[in-house]
Design a protein around this ligand. Structure first.
Ligand code: PGA
Length: 254
């Protein structure tokens, strides 16, 4: 049985004090949660302060990106050991906004994944097709290439903490979520790819989150699909009530 995992991707939102306020409000609402892993991913600058605010709670901390070198002349970048020292346990890699606006490729995703693993950060690797690719019936080809590219060169012992997030680009921030059936189809395809690349028991153990306009109203139907093991939530994670409601959906499905 895979444990559900709900992560909030705050993207470029919240100052340090707003971030602290949000987790302080959230903490109170999720005190009884015990079957669901919970993660918040604030901006880099809020990580330490949020780590401090989360002490004693079972919410974990994630970053939204990392660079593949540990240190050196790479102005503006941040490394795995630095994120670890700020209190992170997780890191998002290859989010579609990074691919779309910041030149992220499957090759750079692969390098970042290597860096995350060596820093002992649990990676959340994002994949997903654009609307055009879906309309051209390329969804499975795109996902296959993204998964293959990201995971190239690893063995299962290195990928024990791997989390994959399926986020159709056309569903992110648009209010238009994939239907539970559309999401389940791709999740099951991702699992079959993991089986082809590695082994069946490994494929069965990897948690695959869905992301793209997850909200309290659609969380139940998405999270009850057999291959959907959680959610990567953007907009709705910026509101403590909404995010807590999504976590409770997951909790109630146990
Ligand atoms: P959204 O974002 O929930 O606002 O659609 C999801 C994501 O990009 O991780």
């Amino acid at each position: 049985m895979r444990r559900k995992i709900i992560a909030g991707n705050w993207k470029l939102n919240k100052t340090i004090s707003e971030s602290i306020r949000l987790v302080n409000t959230l903490k109170v609402k999720i005190v009884n949660v015990s079957h669901t892993d919970m993660i918040v991913c604030p901006t880099f600058i809020s990580l330490s302060a949020v780590a401090e605010a989360l002490k004693g709670s079972n919410i974990q901390l994630g970053a939204q990106n990392l660079f593949w070198e540990e240190n050196g002349a790479f102005t503006g970048e941040i490394s795995g050991p630095m994120l670890k020292s700020a209190g992170c346990s997780h890191v998002i890699i290859g989010h579609s906004e990074r691919r779309q606006y910041f030149g992220e490729t499957d090759e750079t995703v692969n390098k970042r994944l290597k860096a995350a693993i060596s820093a002992k950060l649990s990676p959340i690797v994002c994949v997903g097709e654009t609307l055009h690719q879906r309309e051209e019936n390329q969804t499975f080809d795109v996902i296959k290439a993204q998964i293959g590219g990201a995971l190239q060169g690893f063995d299962t012992s290195e990928l024990r903490e791997l989390i994959i997030a399926y986020e159709p680009v056309w569903a992110i921030g648009t209010g238009k979520n994939a239907t539970p059936e559309q999401a389940q189809d791709v999740h099951s395809f991702i699992r079959s790819q993991l089986e082809v690349l590695f082994q069946a028991d490994f494929a069965a153990s990897v948690r695959i989150q869905y992301g793209g306009s997850v909200k309290p109203e659609n969380a139940d139907s998405l999270l009850s699909q057999p291959d959907i093991d959680g959610a990567l939530v953007g907009g709705a994670s910026l509101d403590a009530d909404g995010f807590a409601a999504i976590i409770k959906s997951s909790e109630n499905l146990i």
